[in-house]
Design a protein around this ligand. Sequence first.
Ligand SMILES: [Zn+2]
Length: 89
Amino acid sequence: MIVFQAIKRFFRKGEFDCDDVANHSSAYLDNELKENKRSAFQAHLSKCGPCQAFVGTLSSTISALSRLPGVNAPSSLKRSLLDRMHRES
Ligand SMILES: [Zn+2]
């Protein structure tokens, strides 16, 4: 079984998993991802409903917060949003 996991991991190289999406979501929303990461990010989003919901919620949360002066969405908030969405799915 370990071998299969190693092979799976090998072929997944360069792809994003849910943790990667969580880690890169704010850079993605700020248009700060390099082209290859951006397409890996979008490739994961296209097949992962919870991450789509997460990025959508994060995006609207950030734009709501950014209308308030001096407020930044802390990364712990993003993290707990993602955890909640994966639990509910
Ligand atoms: Zn995901």
